[in-house]
Structure formats: C-alpha cells, structure tokens
Design a protein around this ligand. Structure first.
Ligand SMILES: [Zn+2]
Length: 190
C-alpha cells in the first residue's frame, strides 16, 4: 500500500493543490496580528522521500505582513511538509504506519527508494506515540475521534478512521494533522 501511494504522481499534485488552497485562505484572512495585507514569503525546503518531486516542492508556502513595524510571518498549515521534518508528511505517515514492523525486505526498499534508515523509522514511531499525543493540538483533536484511536498504533489507527482507498485515507490523515504543521504549533525537528 505505502509503496503504491508514494510512487503515485497524483498524490503530489493533490497535496500541492491543497497547500495552495490553505495558503489562499490564510492570505484572505490577512495578518494574524494586525489584519494587514500579507505578502508571499515562501521559504526554501529540500524535502526527502521521493525522487522526481514537482519543482513546487522546493518551497513551503508562507506569508509576511506588509505593514512596517509588524512584519509578522504567517505560515499556513501544510499537507506536504510536516513541520520541520525533512521528509514529506506523506512519507512520515505511511512509513510509520507499517503495521507488521519493518521487515528486512521493506527496510531495503525504504533505504534504496526513499532514503529512510531504520533509526529514522524508530524516531518517527516515538514522535507519533509520545510527542504528538502530548501536544495541545492532539488533545483537542482527539475529542473528534470517538472512540479514541489507539495511541500505540499511531498513525495506522488514524488512517483506519477515514474512508476511501489508500490515497484518500492518507490525504484525510494529513489534513487531520495539518494544524500541527504551522510554526505556532509545538513541533520538534526529528
Ligand atoms: Zn501585521
């Protein structure tokens, strides 16, 4: 499932479109501090996880208040970039969701095609099962998931809550956790 999703070009086009929609919403709201006009202030990213990404993936969409003396940065949530993680959000979700653990064959695939080490997979698991669930975002978001998802099985337990095929469920999960991807959210680079 994860391999098919990650090599599906539609995924990257859809995520790009969703990020552009989220950015348009942010811009329409104006500066979160003074209500001033927001100017584009994208910042460079070098996401890992898939060869041949569209060129738009070199930039995270972001804005800066145009008003002198304010210049507040406003970064919309993203379905592509999971905070400061160097891997694409889709990769972090799908690789972490491997139910049966990482078999030697899968590990080889991950290392060769996606460039993810076993160590990285372990850190991601820890992030889902310990760090994410401790954030104010997750505690609030949890109330929308009834019955509660099994924390030890994250993110697989989250993917299961959504309808559709693998691609649709992945996008729904990325949308669900998107609020954590903004600068204001508590997020460590892992
Ligand atoms: Zn402002």
């Amino acid at each position: 499932m994860f391999a098919a999703c990650l090599s599906d070009g539609r995924l990257y086009e859809l995520l790009q479109r969703f990020d552009e929609d989220l950015a348009a919403e942010q811009r329409a709201c104006g500066c979160p501090r003074c209500g001033g006009v927001l100017h584009s202030a994208r910042y460079p990213r070098k996401p890992r996880g898939f060869a041949g990404l569209p060129p738009d993936y070199n930039r995270r969409l972001s804005f800066c208040c145009a008003r002198a003396g304010c210049r507040t940065r406003a970064t919309p949530p993203s379905l592509r970039f999971l905070g400061r993680k160097v891997y694409l959000g889709a990769v972090v979700v799908l690789v972490s969701a491997l139910r049966c653990g990482v078999t030697p064959a899968r590990m080889r695939y991950l290392e060769e095609r996606v460039g993810v080490s076993r160590h990285t997979v372990m850190r991601w698991r820890k992030w889902w099962c310990e760090e994410l669930i401790a954030t104010p975002f997750w505690r609030a978001a949890c109330s929308r998931l009834m019955p509660p998802v099994e924390h030890a099985d994250l993110p697989a337990s989250l993917l299961e809550r959504f309808m559709g095929d693998a691609l649709e469920r992945l996008i729904s999960a990325l949308r669900f956790i998107a609020p954590i991807t903004t600068e204001s959210a508590t997020m460590h680079a892992i």
